[in-house]
Write a protein that binds this ligand. Structure first.
Ligand SMILES: Cc1cc2nc3c(=O)[nH]c(=O)nc-3n(C[C@H](O)[C@H](O)[C@H](O)COP(=O)(O)O)c2cc1C
Length: 200
């Protein structure tokens, strides 16, 4: 294996991810947007959607969502999750496999109340991914909550909070000339990250 440092990779893929993400934030439109794939047991098919990465805590990737949403239902059945970042300008992709756990209510609460008030209200009133007749009904729900909580904190309901993704596989991909892309796969084995180069 050649010297990984020429690819700004270190032995610890989380460190490398941070380097790549910080570089991406400088040049990409929405570097924290990641595709999040789960397994949908009801329909027996994979399911993916974009979510914003909100940080890395204790080497775990953090995002926030509705705990009663389809994705959360998938994760209740199967804690396996796949994340994927694509950074167009940087010509990079990072694929991550991991297992999720729910964040503590206390930590979710800290984040929830750090959001702007309108976002808190929007989360409060939304039964995420359930149908609604029209936009007007949604706006009415929003306006009612604005009134209801005037001068008060918006409560964090039990149906909203964070997930922590504990990674066990991470692949760093960099476009190469003539499609000879550079790909490095990190696999967690006995608490050690092992790395191998993959063919394009
Ligand atoms: C760029 C982008 C970022 C998003 N970030 C979030 C997010 O942080 N949390 C969230 O619940 N949904 C987010 N969404 C909406 C999700 O893609 C999705 O529509 C929603 O979570 C419902 O997914 P589900 O029905 O699979 O549970 C985002 C959408 C886009 C396009």
């Amino acid at each position: 294996m050649e010297d990984l440092s020429i690819y700004s990779l270190t032995k610890n893929p989380i460190e490398t991810f941070n380097v790549w993400l910080n570089e991406a934030i400088k040049v990409e439109q929405n570097a924290q947007a990641m595709s999040v794939a789960t397994y949908d047991f009801t329909h027996k098919r994979p399911s993916s959607r974009y979510i914003l990465l909100k940080g890395i805590q204790n080497n775990k990737f953090v995002f926030y969502t509705n705990y009663l949403s389809p994705k959360s239902n998938d994760l209740n059945h199967n804690s396996e999750i796949a994340l994927n970042f694509y950074w167009h300008v940087s010509k990079k992709q990072v694929r991550i496999h991991g297992k999720v756990e729910k964040m503590s209510k206390k930590d979710s609460e800290v984040y929830f109340h750090s959001r702007d008030r309108d976002s808190q209200i929007a989360s409060y009133i939304s039964a995420q991914s359930s149908p609604i007749e029209d936009k007007k009904t949604l706006e009415l729900k929003f306006a009612k909550a604005v009134q209801q909580f005037a001068g008060r904190d918006i409560p964090l309901l039990d149906n909203w909070g964070g997930y922590l993704v504990d990674p066990y596989e991470m692949e760093f991909f960099l476009y190469g000339e003539n499609r000879l892309n550079d790909r490095f796969l990190f696999e967690l084995k006995n608490n050690n990250w092992e790395v191998s180069r993959l063919q394009p």
